[in-house]
Design a protein around this ligand. Structure first.
Ligand code: UD1
Length: 419
């Protein structure tokens, strides 16, 4: 298993380009199952989760054409199996996104139940209940969700709690349903907006995406399109937070600054000088140590749970005491225990981490426990004295393309070794 070695102490400086958003690319790939024509998807990030989705499509018999720039053409009309097997779903929960499109287009689908994961319980009951409201007959047997419906129909769905992939699954399913579906208490994440725009380009009738009420009027079929995936706001945020923690100056390019607003406000509060252009953001700490900042994660437009761990690393070396409250996932503080091993002064009280910033961390062998935890440990390594060894970095490869190259380009000392 590969490991990362990071020698801390360098200030990150320079510019980098941000990739396509993993969390938009995955549902957009799933959306291609809604039509029999070919769908061309551009700006896909070079990530393990994307290759897992490609592998899943391959296992269904779907023909895929991919070029060296990761532009992918999906021809779903070659599909043979309407099934997502456990060995793929267990490595990537977002495989659940094929449930709605397969059911809606082909009248049946079988998807392994994702089960729990390191950051919490993560049920899919709201996906299932929404599809049932649209007329699906769903059973759960032998660890698989088995869904059937001759034709889904429109429904008025109230989501008990806000779910990103749940909203996406139901929105996709509704595009080919008979009649109108209204999803209330829908998630408002920019990735949902991007997916809706792709579906609209395929001929879907969707209104209200980006708000908490989405209205979808079913159409008989969707057609071919080509679509460019939006930039990854979590990847951009991660590099900006890393720059702030190392007291550096970094410009991220190919981003949509409007989707980074909550993170940028927090970074300003930490003492950063921020400049934005149409598609870039520059952060400058002017060599200063960051101020501690309080964070509470919540659905968009608030601070995303996917940047909570990175902010923990920043606060671990900030001036003052901060509180970080995690409201989305119940077990998303495992990075804190690893940072404690590096000398971070963090105390957990239920869903809140209380962090007393220290001047610097000390290198230690640490273990990445999930995707964003791995990014936070990279940041912790960059601000630690000595060489930190991060194990289990396969989590990081699920969501960060070329992180060693990018960090090294910005002046960080980082090396991947095969153990
Ligand atoms: C998506 C993102 C993930 C991010 C998360 C929260 C993708 C591929 N992944 O995950 O990176 O961390 O949103 O922003 O886009 N819940 C239920 N029942 C359900 C579904 C969800 O109770 O049927 C709960 C979950 O346990 C969790 C909360 O709702 O507490 C939010 O989860 P959800 O938005 O569904 O996360 P994902 O869509 O899996």
């Amino acid at each position: 298993m590969d490991k990362l070695l990071i020698t801390g102490g360098n200030t990150l400086q320079g510019e980098l380009r941000i990739c396509g958003a993993k969390n938009a690319a995955l549902p957009i790939l799933a959306a291609s199952l809604l039509c029999s024509d070919s769908v061309k998807i551009c700006n896909l990030p070079h990530l393990k989760d994307i290759t897992t989705m490609i592998e899943l499509f391959g296992s269904m018999g779907i023909r895929l054409l991919i070029d060296d720039k990761m532009n992918l053409e999906v021809c779903a009309n070659t599909i043979l199996h309407l099934s997502a097997p456990y060995h793929l779903v267990k490595t990537m929960r977002a495989s659940i996104l094929v449930l709605g499109p397969l059911l809606s287009h082909y009248g049946e689908a079988e998807v392994a139940l994702p089960g729990g994961c390191a950051i919490g319980n993560r049920p899919v009951d709201l996906h299932i209940r929404g599809l049932e409201a649209m007329g699906a007959n769903i059973t759960i047997e032998n660890g698989y969700i088995r869904a059937q419906a001759k034709k889904l129909h429109g429904a008025h769905i109230f989501m008990d709690s806000i779910t990103v992939t749940g909203t996406e699954n139901l929105m996709m399913a509704a595009t080919l349903a008979e009649g109108t579906t209204i999803i209330e208490n829908a998630a408002r994440e920019p990735e949902i907006y991007d997916l809706a725009n792709c579906l609209i380009k395929m001929g879907a009738k969707i209104k209200g995406h980006g708000t908490s009420t989405i209205t979808i009027t079913g159409v008989p079929r969707l057609h071919n399109t080509h679509y460019t995936v939006m930039p990854d706001r979590i990847e951009a945020s991660t590099y900006l937070i890393a720059a702030a923690a190392t007291r550096g100056k970094v410009k991220v390019k190919d981003v949509q600054p409007e989707y980074l607003e909550a993170v940028l406000l927090k970074l300003k509060e930490a003492g950063a000088v921020i400049r934005c252009g149409d598609n870039w953001v520059e952060l400058d700490m002017q060599g200063k140590r960051p101020q501690a900042i309080n964070i509470e994660t919540a659905p968009y437009p608030a601070i995303a749970t996917d940047v909570q761990a990175q902010f923990c690393a920043l606060n671990a070396v900030a001036k003052g005491t901060s509180r970080i409250k995690e409201t989305i996932f119940e077990n998303r503080f495992m990075h804190c225990q690893e940072m404690q091993r590096m000398g971070a002064d963090i105390h957990l009280e239920g869903n809140t981490a209380i962090i007393h910033g220290v001047e610097s961390l000390n290198a230690a062998p640490v273990r990445a426990t999930d995707l964003r935890a791995s990014a936070s440990l990279v940041i912790a390594g960059l601000v630690a004295k000595g060489t930190t060894e991060i194990d289990h970095i396969h989590h990081m490869d699920r969501g960060y393309a070329c992180i060693e190259e990018n960090i090294a380009m910005l002046g960080g000392s980082i090396q991947r070794i095969s153990a």
